[in-house]
Design a protein. Structure first.
Length: 238
């Protein structure tokens, strides 16, 4: 039964999104079972927080996936500092890849002298919803993500051998993988149709790979880097 929905809590004065959640029934308006960051944020509001339902009639799995995508979009593309105790991470394993972190908006702002630009401040509710649900690169990048997963299978299957061959080169390879994963999640969550920009960023990663190859990797390290280069070249050519 599809009884779940994904919702957001916003500051009624600025439209800052301070929480993303999924639930059913009256969960969206409930104050029970909230984390301490959420409670602290709400206690500082001078009026009732604003609630928007982004999408409803979802299965629990669909709601979890959309919640993750919305958190990812906010993490990567907006200044809003959510009180969620989870940050989304690139999900290349098919499950809800979540890392536990803790945030305090006021402490961050004070420490970094950060002045947020609340993108949604002057938008209507319908404009906020349509913006958050817009993922123009998703279909194109889903195919690329699958291809990248296939590249990484070799890395995971031969992890010990790759690590033992040369630890410095192995560390560099890990950094390349992390960087490409970051690019994928950043552009997949973007509101802009900017695959060309993604390919440009990928070209820069290729240059980094060439620099690693100059260190004369051997065996499986050499093979992985060669395969990764060919994969990037195939994307650039297309």
């Amino acid at each position: 039964m599809k009884e779940y929905y994904v919702y957001i809590h916003l500051n009624p004065k600025t439209n800052e999104i301070f929480y993303v959640g999924k639930g059913k029934g009256n969960r969206k308006s409930s104050k029970v079972g909230r984390n301490e960051k959420w409670k602290k944020y709400v206690s500082n509001l001078t009026e009732q927080f604003k609630i928007l339902i982004l999408k409803e009639n979802l299965s629990e799995k669909e709601a979890l996936e959309l919640e993750r995508k919305i958190i990812s979009k906010i993490d990567w593309h907006y200044d809003d500092l959510t009180t969620n105790i989870t940050d989304s991470l690139p999900n290349f394993e098919g499950g809800p890849a979540i890392q536990i972190v803790f945030k305090d908006s006021k402490e961050l702002i004070k420490a970094e002298k950060f002045k947020p630009n609340f993108k949604f401040q002057n938008l209507s509710d319908s404009e906020i919803i349509s913006t958050l649900l817009n993922f123009p690169n998703e279909l194109s990048l889903n195919k690329i993500i699958i291809e990248f997963e296939n590249q990484c299978e070799f890395f995971h299957d031969n992890y010990d051998e790759l690590e033992n061959a040369d630890e410095d080169i192995f560390y560099d390879i890990e950094c390349i993988i992390d960087s490409i994963e970051d690019l994928l999640v950043e552009y997949k969550s973007s509101n802009k149709s900017n695959i060309i920009e993604f390919i440009t960023e990928l070209k820069r990663e290729r240059i980094e790979i060439e620099m690693i190859q100059e260190e004369k990797p051997k065996g499986k390290q050499k093979q992985f880097l060669s395969n990764l280069t060919k994969w990037i070249d195939s994307l650039v050519e297309n």
